[in-house]
Structures are given as C-alpha cells and as structure tokens.
Design a protein around this ligand. Sequence first.
Ligand SMILES: Nc1ncnc2c1ncn2[C@@H]1O[C@H](COP(=O)(O)OP(=O)(O)OP(=O)(O)O)[C@@H](O)[C@H]1O
Ligand code: SF4
Ligand SMILES: [Mg+2]
Length: 346
Amino acid sequence: MAEPLLEVTGLVKHYPLTQGIVFRKQIGAVKAVDGVSFTLAAGETLGIVGESGCGKSTVAKMLVNLERPTSGAISYKGEDITKLSGRALKAVRRNIQMVFQDPYTSLNPRMTVGDIIGEPYEIHPEVAPKGDRRRKVQDLLDVVGLNPEYINRYPHQFSGGQRQRIGIARGLALRPEVIVADEPVSALDVSVQAQVINLMGRLQHEFGLSYVFIAHDLSIVRHISDRVGVMYLGRVVEIGTDEQIYDHPTHPYTQALLSAVPVPDPEARAHRDRIILSGDVPSPANPPSGCRFRTRCWKAQPRCASEEPLLAVPAVFPDGPAAHPSACHFAAERRVLPPPPEEAGP
Ligand SMILES: Nc1ncnc2c1ncn2[C@@H]1O[C@H](COP(=O)(O)OP(=O)(O)OP(=O)(O)O)[C@@H](O)[C@H]1O
Ligand code: SF4
Ligand SMILES: [Mg+2]
C-alpha cells in the first residue's frame, strides 16, 4: 500500500482543570482526545462521526495546528508535523486547511468576501502576489458556484449555504492537499446540505483533495466518505470502509448511532432495528474504567470495566466485511439498517 498522506498516531489532547486564583493548582484534566489513530490516503475522504463532546473538533484543530497535542504524532507525507516550527511548519500548514462548522460566525462580518477569501494570501504571499489576488479570489468564487461580481459584498448579504461556499473558497485559497471540514453542513437546512456536499465532492475531483469530514450524524457522511471512523469519549471505537461500517458494524456504539439514521422508505423503516441508548455521555474529565462505553452498553460484562478493549480487528472475524478494527471485547455483527434495495430479496 502507498504511504498515507496523513497518519495520526496515539493523538492526545488533555485540557488541564485548575483550581484557585492565586495558587493555581491542577486538579485534573478534560481528556478531550485520548489516543486517536487513523490514516488518510491521497484523494480519500475519511468521515469522523460521534456525539457532541466526543472530541471531533479537538482532533480537527490539532490536524490544522490550531491546538498543540499533549502527545502523539501527526505525520504528513512521513514527517511528524507536531515537531515542526517556524518556516517548515508554515509550509506544511499551507497544505492542510480547515472549513468550519458555522458559516454565520466563522466569517468576519466587517470584511468583504474578497478580503475573507484572500486573507490567507497575507500569510502566504508567495501563492498569490498582490496584483494577482483579486483575480484569484474571483476564480475561487466561480469555482464554488458564486458570482465573481460579489467580491465586494459582506457576509450578511449571503444565505447560509452561500456563506459556507465562501468558507470553502477560503479553504481552497492556498491550494491545499488536505481539507479538514468540521461539520461543514450541520448548521444548514437539509435541502442546502446536499448542495454543499455535492460541491465538496466535485472540488475533490477537480483539485485532487483529501478530506477529513466531521459530522455527528452517520447519515451525512455516507455519501461522501470512503471510510468512516466512529468516536466516543475521545477515542475511535470502530473504523472501516463505508460498507463495513454501515452494513457490517460490530461495535455496539456504532450500531446505536446507525439505528438513529433516518430511513426514507417506510417499508424498510418498519424492518429497521431501533436501539435506544440510556444515560448521558460521561464526563471526559472522568471517563469510565475499561471500556468507556460500558455505562451505556447493553452488552457490558465485568470484563468491560476492568480491561480496556483495543481498537483492532476482532479475532472472531478473520475475514469478510466484519473484519475491520472495532474496540469491543464482544464485537458481533448486527445489521441495524435495512439492506439497500438491490440486496433485499423479492
Ligand atoms: N479549550 C478547552 N478547554 C477545556 N475543555 C475543552 C476545550 N475545548 C474542548 N473542550 C472539551 O473537550 C471535549 C471535546 O470537545 P470537542 O469540541 O472536541 O467535541 P466535539 O466532538 O467537536 O463536539 P460537538 O459535536 O459539540 O462539536 C468536550 O468535553 C469539551 O467541553
Ligand atoms: S467492550 Fe463491553 S462495554 Fe464496551 S462496547 Fe464491548 S460489550 Fe460494550
Ligand atoms: Mg465540534
């Protein structure tokens, strides 16, 4: 297999919890991300899903260097970028750009669209010399499906979907190889979500991009992802291809998330397997011992409290679509979604 473009190994981000004003004392840590590993191949889209607070945005911020990891490595083309600084870091950062969740708050309301999209050129003037910027920004507006004549307008003059197109154009300005999109469509109406996802798919082909696409809902990432990683409380609990995760999930948490995915066909919906999870996600400052999912898992056994399950291909599945990494002592296939129509019997 070719070397991955991006390889994340044992990534950790702990935010210290402190007490006291004069003598600040660390009393613990929020374990926002606690040992996450994955790879991203060139041209691939990796979806990352999980409930609110499981650490998705923290992973995204570390990938684009908005946060420094507590430990772990992020290799880009074989080089650990967490160890870089100065000019070398700047050069790598250019290649990994982010698209943010909320197009209403992530665009500066006092800047014109042209200034917003062209802002990265201030930091990287080598990509677009001053005299060339206006044309470059207009090209980018055109590429994301906006009228290049809108270059002097302000964000409030655009709809949510258009604003997210502006955010995407800005992400593309430096011609990156990787785009980390943190819930890029979550704040948009359902009808607009598909348009933005289609745009991202088209841009991926046009510019040979690789995506890390974050969502809290498995239904959104299916169409755009080649592989999907499911996160729970700072860890990846299951990872595999689309088919492995959607049709052959083996981790109870993935199965529960899938059971909440909307099924449009009423007949198929009647056959779906509903799993209602009880309880809330525990605090990342004090995660459960052993398997972090055990406080909500209907299959939990004493072993789950004492022994932490590793993210690995379960021994019970030597081959076939269930043979993909799953962090569960009792990994078992359970098809939650009804099979796609072509697979269903007569
Ligand atoms: N700067 C910070 N200081 C302390 N705790 C933080 C900080 N940033 C995030 N956290 C905590 O880390 C955990 C993970 O947060 P993160 O934003 O990565 O989750 P998320 O999966 O993106 O959630 P959402 O779906 O709500 O966006 C949360 O418990 C959050 O409160
Ligand atoms: S290891 Fe135990 S608690 Fe964790 S998901 Fe598997 S069965 Fe549930
Ligand atoms: Mg988030």
